[in-house]
Design a protein around this ligand. Structure first.
Ligand code: HEM
Length: 297
């Protein structure tokens, strides 16, 4: 039997290059943090810096675990399924580390920590998200899958979407000025949710035209959310005067890439991949030619 701790081995007990590469990516932020701490490269408030880093990676890995299904179906990366659990559990580990570092930052005064979590909405939201991640991590093993049964297990694990929403809200709330990153993450999440809703409605993987439409819709919503966010952080100037400024910013690379562009790029890339794959499928198995009537009779 393969030890469940030998994460680099697949179910057959063989070393899996995909698992090794995933493990390396998942451990990289922690190792980098330790390395930066050892050479004093964490800035003036090192604890605050690692709180931010661990929270950021927890959210990134949570969203990455949600990206596995669309990438598997539409991108053709079927083997990614094998590492989805690993990515989800890593999201929990970084979130747990995030809370531990926060407790350390509060001088391990647990009463103060509880008071802060209860009185500050963004911390309460983060706490609920962490509780959800804990439930997912505790049930992310074969024994629990067997005990709960496939259907209940799948239903339970659908809370991942709600946890991701809470994580995103927490990210938005603690961001004081620049909302570019939370908006980008929210845009990618909208694309992933859109993918799930559409594929459920069509009862299967989506074709490239649907993926193209989804890419355009998710990017449009991201641009709209970004414009509203910038308008609010700019102190709500007259909206009609603000809009041309935003459109100008979209086309000026010196002002930074607005989050709608990477969302559009990622969505178009998946649509193009699906178009390419469906063309290859057609070439590999061409439709049978109709038999001429004379030959058939
Ligand atoms: C009890 C649970 C949690 C506590 C106490 C907590 C606390 C914090 C604190 C204090 C900050 C920095 C705020 C600032 O400097 O103003 C932060 C940032 C952040 N947290 Fe949490 N958090 C919790 C759970 C989570 C969870 C579950 C996630 C992800 C799913 C998460 C993701 C983030 C992100 C993305 C940031 C911003 C990182 C950045 O600045 O790049 N947090 N959190």
């Amino acid at each position: 039997m393969v030890s469940s701790l030998a994460l680099w081995r697949d179910r057959k007990g063989q070393v899996s290059p995909l698992r090794v590469a995933t493990l390396a990516v998942l451990l990289w932020p922690a190792l980098l943090g330790i390395f930066d701490a050892s050479r004093g490269a964490l800035g003036g408030r090192p604890l605050n810096e690692v709180i931010h880093r661990s929270g950021w990676w927890a959210l990134v890995f949570l969203l990455a675990s949600l990206a596995v299904t669309p990438l598997r179906q539409a991108g053709g990366f079927a083997r990614l399924f094998d590492v989805r659990r690993m990515i989800g559990v890593a999201a929990f580990c970084y979130a747990a580390l995030h809370l531990t570092l926060y407790v350390a930052d509060q001088g391990f005064n647990l009463l103060k920590v509880v008071g802060e979590i209860v009185s500050r909405l963004y911390l309460t939201i983060g706490f609920v998200a962490l509780l959800g991640l804990t439930v997912l991590a505790a049930t992310s093993n074969d024994a629990m899958l067997k005990r709960l049964g496939g259907l209940t297990w799948r239903r339970l694990h659908q809370i991942t979407y709600a946890i991701a929403v809470l994580g995103l809200v927490h990210f938005f709330q603690q961001t004081k000025a620049d909302i570019t990153q939370p908006t980008l993450f929210a845009g990618l999440f909208v694309w992933m949710m859109g993918y799930r809703l559409l594929s459920r409605a069509s009862e299967g993987a989506l074709g490239w035209p649907s993926l193209l439409g989804l890419a355009l819709l998710a990017a449009a919503l991201t641009f709209a959310g970004d414009a509203i966010g910038l308008w609010i952080t700019a102190g709500r100037p007259p909206f009609l005067g603000f809009l041309p400024l935003y459109v100008g910013a979209l086309l000026d690379p010196d002002l930074g890439i607005r989050p709608g562009w990477p969302v559009l790029g990622a969505g178009l890339a998946v649509a193009a991949l699906e178009a390419f794959r469906s063309r290859r499928r057609r070439v590999a198995s061409p439709r049978p030619r109709p038999i001429p009537r004379a030959a058939a009779s």
